[in-house]
Design a protein around this ligand. Structure first.
Ligand SMILES: NC(=O)CC[C@H](N)C(=O)O
Length: 366
């Protein structure tokens, strides 16, 4: 791949008229669709990883399911494979409930009561709570932080708390996301680890609601079914400054969207978040149901679903496919100029993409 075109506008355009970095080489819809197809083709045979088995329902899901979806801030939708297959949202619920919480109580309360730094620990770590004397949970995207988030949502009854969570998901997805009752039961019957985490948080007096209510609403929010297309729409709402690009409705403020994305970049894939950001260069969030959503701010979100997970609980195919698509489209946020190397996927699994398009002639300012 060669360098980008060196065509320069005669004059530096005003800041408002200046395209954002990379805008001059924005991929077309056809290129996005092709990138999805290529990644699907390339990684569908991947055998690495294993379904989550600590939640009995997830162990039984067909490991070969594999779907990819992109939703752009202009409301374009591109999909390939099993993008319409519902799967449990699990930890992908966390950033969206967090965003609702920030809207309702302000970001400062989240910073003070939960914390906004990486934990560097597994999502269900108890040691991370013990080590973090100031904030206890440390980050809203691990279980302790997400249970605390749910507990802090202003609500007088469990029903009201659940309705807030559920209405919020539906607004992000522009669709009705149902609870998978089998998953809810499966998790409720087996979530002894989360019971311990919740009891520990309660002992440190950081919960905003009765402990059992926080854990139950958290468990139910993890049991909601979502498809890759719906998940990409949820991510695209974050990419689009809080406005759902399919419904046109504002779901959260632009400030909350920005803060949520920063937290995804910091801790979205738990102890593997650094490795992820190093390879893919975009904020993302995973769930043990096999979903991952990644966001290119101002541009699009890409979601992938494939059940087999790595040891940190992140879908293997989803990571490889998303990293390859994002890099091949030139959207790694840390790549000032796309290079063959920056266009490779996780572990160099991808191939360099074709040359960047030449920049179009500058549009005259109105
Ligand atoms: N990482 C995840 O997706 C974990 C979610 C799961 N419901 C749990 O609490 O353990």
């Amino acid at each position: 791949a060669g360098p980008q075109s060196s065509t320069q506008p005669a004059q530096d355009p005003s800041p408002a008229a200046r395209p954002a970095p990379g805008d001059e080489a924005r991929p077309s819809g056809a290129e996005m669709q092709q990138a999805l197809q290529k990644a699907h083709q390339q990684f569908k045979g991947t055998k690495d990883g294993k379904n989550a088995d600590y939640i009995p329902y997830l162990a039984k899901v067909d490991s070969s399911l594999f779907g990819l979806a992109i939703v752009t801030v202009d409301g374009e939708v591109y999909t390939v494979g099993d993008a319409a297959s519902p799967f449990p949202i699990e930890s992908l619920s966390k950033p969206f409930t967090l965003a609702r919480l920030m809207e309702e109580v302000g970001a400062k309360k989240v910073e003070d009561k939960i914390g906004v730094d990486a934990t560097g620990q597994p999502f269900n770590s108890i040691i991370a709570i013990e080590m973090n004397k100031d904030h206890r949970a440390g980050n809203p995207l691990v279980n302790a932080g997400a249970i605390t988030s749910v507990s802090m949502l202003p609500a007088k009854t469990p029903e009201e708390r659940w309705k807030k969570v559920s209405d919020n998901f539906n607004a992000f997805a522009g669709d009705n996301l149902p609870v998978n009752q089998e998953v809810y039961k499966s998790e409720t019957d087996t979530n002894t680890r989360n019971q311990s985490i919740t009891a520990l948080l309660e002992s440190y007096d950081v919960l905003g609601s009765p402990a059992d209510q926080a854990l139950d609403v958290y468990t139910r929010q993890c049991s909601v079914n979502v498809t890759a297309k719906q998940l990409a729409t949820m991510g695209a709402t974050l990419a689009n400054g809080g406005i759902n690009p399919l419904t046109g409705n504002r779901v959260i403020s632009a400030d909350t969207a920005r803060r949520t994305l920063a937290l995804m970049a910091t801790n979205g894939l738990y102890e593997n978040t650094g490795e992820w950001l190093y390879q893919a260069g975009v904020p993302a969030k995973s769930g043990v149901g096999g979903g991952i959503v990644a966001v290119v701010p101002g541009r699009y979100a890409i979601a992938a679903f494939s059940p087999p997970l790595d040891k940190a609980g992140n879908s293997v195919r989803a990571q490889r496919a998303i990293a390859q698509v994002v890099n091949s489209l030139g959207d790694n946020l840390y790549a000032s100029t796309p290079t063959p190397e920056s266009q490779q996927g996780v572990g160099g699994a991808g191939k360099p993409a074709k040359k960047q398009k030449a920049a179009p002639p500058p549009t005259p300012a109105p």
